[in-house]
Design a protein around this ligand. Sequence first.
Ligand SMILES: Nc1ncnc2c1ncn2[C@@H]1O[C@H](COP(=O)(O)OP(=O)(O)OP(=O)(O)O)[C@@H](O)[C@H]1O
Ligand SMILES: [Mg+2]
Length: 253
Amino acid sequence: MLGNAQTHKKVLKKSQSRNRAHRHCLHQWANLIIFCRLLNWSTRIRMFITFEGLDFSGKSTQVQLFADRLSQERHKVLVLREPGSTAISEKIRSILLDKQSLGMADLTELFLFSASRSQLVHEVIQPALEQGTIVVCDRFYDSTTAYQGWGRGISLDAIRIINRAATNGLAPDITYFLDIPVNEVETRMRQQKSGADRMESSGRGFYERVRHGYLQLAQEERQRFEVLDGLHPVEEIHNIVWNRFLRQATRLS
Ligand SMILES: Nc1ncnc2c1ncn2[C@@H]1O[C@H](COP(=O)(O)OP(=O)(O)OP(=O)(O)O)[C@@H](O)[C@H]1O
Ligand SMILES: [Mg+2]
């Protein structure tokens, strides 16, 4: 009886260690498959792409479509928005958009946007780019030039220096500017929202200057900017975005 029990124990032990070895082997295979996928199946391009435009111009709509397509094509992609996208930057965002911050001085606004951006570049964008990720950002420093420079009237030279410092010299590879007339901003704002946030309460003249500023920037940096007619259908705009991306990706690879 005792002999039988010992034999049984031995068989059980053997079978347990066989199972462990089998599980270990499966685990190794799974790791190998994941590794191969990372190597072969995802295309690594280091690219930084921004979307700009007036409020309600369709930036978030296009960012989403573009990011989805990049993921479908197995690109590693990271989507960010400004101001925000880090814990510190999101806190700054809430101060900037808060209606109770109406007494904010123009320079305070400039430094808050820049502080939020500086944190984002340092904590997220630069590390992601170093890993070969495509970083897509909803607004970046052109917003500061257009809104705080052209819109609020802060010296463009000062803004250029602050932008460069806040971004550690990082510039986008492509900037899509979604251009819509100011009356379209008002129409879309009415359709979508009950109350405008602090930035959106700045008035018509402000938006006209901001739009003019964007167009000026696009003229100065034609290589980087792609100006899109934001009144065109969403899918049509998306196709232009995608084709421009493909051209740039070919150039970089
Ligand atoms: N090409 C387009 N034609 C008509 N309407 C559009 C187009 N693109 C976006 N919209 C609509 O305009 C509104 C604003 O779009 P979206 O939120 O993408 O803009 P946004 O630029 O991200 O705005 P915000 O600056 O407020 O974040 C939405 O209701 C959206 O459906
Ligand atoms: Mg948006």
